[in-house]
Design a protein around this ligand. Structure first.
Ligand code: GLU
Length: 549
């Protein structure tokens, strides 16, 4: 076999979905493991849905995952190549030339049917109980001179391929063979009335010109393959090998869709009977429209801001969601690969090198893959706790700089290192330490205490109560000079020895509640050291007065 060329060809209509990321990963592994090339092409010919910003987002997401491309748009050291441009919107002249040639050769034709005409024929077929097939005979019969006159007059027209009525057999390396009966594919559109090529036309032309040998893509395109094959025949193109990957679903079989986020947000807002949007999240008018229409969707930033304000985590759908939630790119790739493929021998944990060596279409499954978030989280946790401490600190810092700049600005590099070091072992994601330690960076005057049983137990238990210990500790801490974690441990340990029967927990837990507002924090002496003397004392004094000390 000659070295394969695969491609990932996203339409940049939003953020890179996990399903798309998996397609890219499989294409990458297939080509790279066989000495071939992996190419990236942006299919941005749908004027309404494409945006430049979305394309850049796709490139960033792929680069972050470590799925690098040999040819394609240039980004982060990837891309370039002699078969560009790699944005379809920059290839319009080329498409135009090929389309004209097809028309001149009589393999394609202009069609002037209006939307209303097409609709009424569709309705007629439906009423008669027939499947609708486009019939282009009247358009094909138009004299050339009339076609030219109407085009020159600016009448809207599409270009359609003349599809011979013959059965078509699709050979798919994953799904097997399927034969469509003759006439199943009608004369489909190659160029839209706005002058842009259709997906079908551009994909076939580009796969040919870019030397793609293996078209590996999502199952939703399986039926399109018949159209592509007919067009390849008309153009005299090679036939690439095809393989279609099944979809990735939620565990209940439903589609993993952006709507899942709106569903959870809507439910939370309704359960909490919120009528106005939390400050700084969604403008009131948007909020009203969103609440009033259960199909309306918030955009990416709005949904995240609202989730943060509500203190909930949204289900991750796009690569960027997983990054924001603190998943490691190598874990995402490992886990995605298992959604639809397995290397066998019960091997579950592997890296990109292994994937490259072992990936094979024969072990790709035909059935939908169920995305198990709990398993992903446990993979992520294993990877985080298994990495050296310095690496965790470095990666947590990069995560914080990207997603929690205000938090980072409140801590010195040394404080951050201490916090990250203390959080390493208990972290399942890179994000957790930022979420659970918000108390560290809030103003002392803003700290509020949860009124839960465990908080009350820590402070208001039988004498000597936690609150009593805090009161006794205050003058000691005021006099404390060295505020490092070991010095605090020595001083507070000595206090516990003398006044709490040596039981440090009896003193540490009230301190934790006093400075954090709740019962969970990094190890207590690290926490106090990071907070510093002034904040620690201010919080403990407020706590004592809040609980009636
Ligand atoms: N642009 C298409 C999409 O984003 C993919 C086309 C293909 O792989 O053939 O779904």
């Amino acid at each position: 076999m000659t070295a394969p060329v695969t491609r990932f060809a996203p339409s940049p209509s939003g953020h890179l979905h996990v399903g798309g990321a998996r397609t890219a990963l499989f294409c990458w592994a297939f080509a790279r493991g066989r000495g071939g090339r992996f190419l990236l092409r942006i299919e941005d010919t749908d004027q309404k849905r494409s945006s430049g910003a979305a394309s850049v987002g796709f490139l960033k997401d792929l680069a972050w995952l470590g799925i690098d491309w040999d040819e394609g748009p240039e980004h982060a050291g990837c891309g370039g190549g002699s078969n560009g441009p790699y944005f379809q919107s920059e290839r319009l002249d080329l498409y135009g030339r090929i389309l004209r040639q097809l028309v001149d050769e009589g393999k394609a034709y202009y069609a002037f049917d209006t939307a209303a005409e097409l609709e009424s024929r569709r309705a007629e077929a439906k009423a008669a109980g027939r499947a609708y097939r486009y019939d282009g005979s009247s358009q094909m019969a138009l004299p050339k001179a009339e076609v030219e006159r109407r085009l020159a007059a600016g009448e809207p027209a599409v270009i359609r391929l003349k599809c011979p009525p013959q059965p078509i057999t699709i050979k798919d390396e994953i799904l097997g063979e399927a034969t469509l009966p003759a006439g199943e594919v009608d004369d489909f559109v190659l160029r839209k009335a706005d002058g842009f090529p259709t997906y079908h036309f551009a994909v076939v032309v580009d796969d040919e010109l870019m030397g793609v040998t293996h078209v590996l893509r999502a199952q939703e395109h399986f039926n399109n393959t018949a159209k592509h094959m007919l067009l390849q025949d008309a153009l005299g193109c090679r036939r690439p090998t095809y393989g279609h990957f099944s979809i990735i679903t939620n565990p209940d079989g439903s589609k993993m869709s952006k709507r899942d986020k709106d569903k959870l947000l809507r439910k939370t807002v309704t359960d909490r009977k919120l009528t106005a949007p939390p400050a700084g999240t969604v403008p009131q008018a948007r909020w009203d429209a969103w609440l009033g229409d259960k199909n309306a969707q918030l955009d990416f930033e709005e949904a995240n801001a609202l989730a943060d304000a509500l203190g909930i985590s949204l289900p991750e759908i796009n690569v960027d969601d997983f990054r924001r939630s603190g998943y490691l790119p190598e874990v995402i790739c490992n886990f995605l690969a298992l959604n639809g493929w397995s290397p066998g021998n019960d091997i579950e944990k592997f890296d990109m090198q292994f994937m490259k060596e072992r990936f094979d279409l024969k072990r790709v499954v035909k059935t939908p893959a169920k995305f198990d978030r709990a398993k992903l989280l446990s993979f992520n946790c294993d990877a985080i706790t298994g990495m050296p401490r310095e690496e965790f600190v470095r990666r947590a810092r990069a995560h914080g700089t990207g997603f929690h700049p205000a938090f980072m600005a409140r801590l010195t590099p040394a404080q951050f290192e201490q916090l990250a070091g203390a959080s390493h072992e208990r972290s399942k994601t890179l994000d957790e330490m930022f979420r659970s330690n918000r108390f560290l960076t809030m103003a002392d005057a803003e700290l509020a205490w949860e009124r839960t049983k465990s908080v009350e137990k820590a402070l208001l238990g039988p004498e000597p109560s936690g609150l009593g210990h805090l009161k006794a500790l205050l003058p000691l801490l005021e006099a404390q000079g060295d505020w490092s974690a070991p010095a605090l441990e020595a001083a507070i340990g000595a206090y516990a020895q003398a006044h709490a029967e040596g039981n440090l927990g009896k003193v540490a837990q009230p301190l934790r509640v006093g400075v954090s507002g709740g019962t969970v924090s990094p190890p207590i002496f690290d926490t106090l050291a990071i907070l510093g003397k002034e904040s620690t004392l201010a919080r403990l004094r407020r706590c004592v007065s809040a609980f009636g000390g």
